[in-house]
Design a protein around this ligand. Structure first.
Ligand code: NAP
Ligand code: HSE
Length: 428
């Protein structure tokens, strides 16, 4: 058998410990498939003494992840510490600079530094791989860079944050509070170190920007993703949506419009009966549309120890077999600066208003919507409490700009007691 692939792992938390377990459990199987053994030689984390539920005594320990990355007895660095800058970035750069392959789960880092890192990896003739950074255990990067490589891609969309899908579906099923379900997701190892990154839509937007770059051959443009999180979604919204035949999902869409690339990550209503509407718990789903293949759908666990370790091992196995392809599916220097769509696409919207319960308020609101050509499709008033009238409206298709202008005027009314909630109803 050929010589072993020597691996160093920076970070031994949920994901890092999962990788160690997987290599220890499947050592023989992995060696057979790769045609060479995979050998963990060294590891690093913050506290050496911490019990991580896996045996680490056979591996060298480095306090400093940069020293780990520079070790002479290492061929490949796995970075699973997290953080967009700091030690994660430093150790990845050090590994690439010393000619080592890198596998990372760190979407925050790649969303900011992916272009530079991909160029650095290509200049050094090594691989930079990030399957685990997007949609957990689903091999979606591999699908885009390899299986679908012959297609021109028109749209990539889906649910890409396990924590948010877990929260939205668990609140719906059990009526538990947002805060309680978020704590469960943290305990299960789904959430980021700072969970506001999950619920704020930022983690999923990081992922969408990486998929968009890979699908469309453009430079990662995370700063051009329109982002809205799930923090303002109430149980009432979830129930209102269900009454109308919809589920609320944190949905990402990247698509080529006539005037450029549209990238948005926001809570949307999708039909309950659709595959996205049926997606439960920590699952993710990514839909990719290509010109020759049509629509393809990928589903699986989007976070957690096992699924993320599985994605990391998929990348390691490719490298062990000698497969070195560009990080974003084409040489990084050739990735184009994306033209960003200025208009976005029209949609119907679910609107929720909290209004004073008095004569004439509804007429004023309807007049403002009419002035901006926002046409009402359906309307309900649920749950008056004597003071507040919670009004729910579903609009016909409308440009977002018209809706925003109308909502700004409505917010300014004395009768408006809270910022309106506007959720896009996505056509699938
Ligand atoms: P985690 O459980 O918080 O683990 C982070 C690990 O990194 C810990 O072992 C920690 O050491 C170590 N670490 C942090 N800062 C360090 C530093 N300055 N120097 C040395 N070691 C340091 O995080 P995780 O959930 O495994 O996530 C790791 C990465 O994978 C993140 O980029 C995350 O976005 C990504 N990811 C996570 C999931 C998931 O489901 N959890 C899925 C996909 C991608 P100590 O243990 O000693 O504190
Ligand atoms: N916090 C992320 C999620 C981990 O919940 O999807 C997987 O990337």
């Amino acid at each position: 058998m050929s010589k072993p692939l020597r691996i160093a792992i920076a970070g031994l938390g949920t994901v890092g410990a999962g990788i160690v377990k997987m290599v220890q459990t499947h050592g023989e199987l992995l060696a057979r498939r790769a045609g060479r053994p995979l050998e963990i030689v060294a590891v690093s984390a913050r506290s050496k003494g911490k019990d991580r539920g896996v045996g680490l005594s056979g591996y060298a320990w480095e306090d400093d992840p940069v020293a780990l990355a520079k070790r002479d007895d290492v061929d490949l660095l796995v970075e699973v510490m997290g953080g967009e800058d700091g030690p994660a970035k430093a150790c990845v750069e050090a590994a690439l600079a010393s000619g080592k392959h890198v596998v990372t789960a760190n979407k925050a880092m790649l969303a900011l530094h992916g272009q530079a890192m991909a160029e650095q990896a290509e200049a050094a003739g090594v691989a930079l791989r990030f399957e685990a950074a997007v949609a957990g255990g689903i091999p979606i990067v591999k699908a885009l860079t390899e299986g679908l490589a012959g297609n021109s891609i028109s749209r990539v969309m889906g649910v890409m944050n396990g924590t948010c899908n877990y929260i939205l579906t668990k609140m719906d099923a059990t009526g538990e509070s947002y805060g309680d379900v978020l704590k469960e997701a943290q305990a299960l190892g789904y959430a980021e170190a700072d969970p506001t990154v999950d619920v704020g839509g930022i983690d999923a937007a990081h992922k969408l920007s990486l998929l968009a770059a890979t699908a469309f051959g453009t430079r990662v443009a995370f700063d051009k993703v329109e982002i809205e999180g799930i923090e303002r979604i109430t149980l009432q919204d979830i129930h209102n949506a269900a009454d109308m035949g919809y589920k609320i999902k944190l949905l990402g869409v990247a698509q080529q419009n006539e005037d450029g690339l549209e990238q948005r990550m926001q809570p949307c209503l999708v039909p309950t009966a659709s595959p996205l509407g049926q997606l439960e718990g920590v699952s993710n789903m990514v839909v990719v549309e290509g010109d020759f293949i049509g629509q393809t759908v990928y589903q699986g666990p989007g976070a957690g120890e096992g699924p993320t370790a599985s994605a990391i091992l998929g990348d390691i196995m490719d490298i062990a077999r000698g497969l070195v392809i560009p990080a974003f599916g084409q040489p990084a220097k050739g990735l184009a600066q994306p033209n960003i769509s200025s208009t976005g696409s029209d949609a119907a919207y679910y609107l929720r208003f909290s209004l004073t319960d008095e004569a004439g308020v509804l007429a004023k609101l309807a007049a403002i919507l009419g002035d901006h050509s926002v046409s009402v499709n359906r309307m309900h008033q649920y749950g008056h409490d004597g003071k507040t009238a919670p009004l729910v409206i579903v609009t016909h298709q409308t440009p977002r700009a018209s809706l925003d202008a109308a909502l700004a005027e409505i917010s300014a009314l004395n009768a408006s007691l809270a910022e309106p909630v506007a959720l896009r109803i996505e056509s699938l």
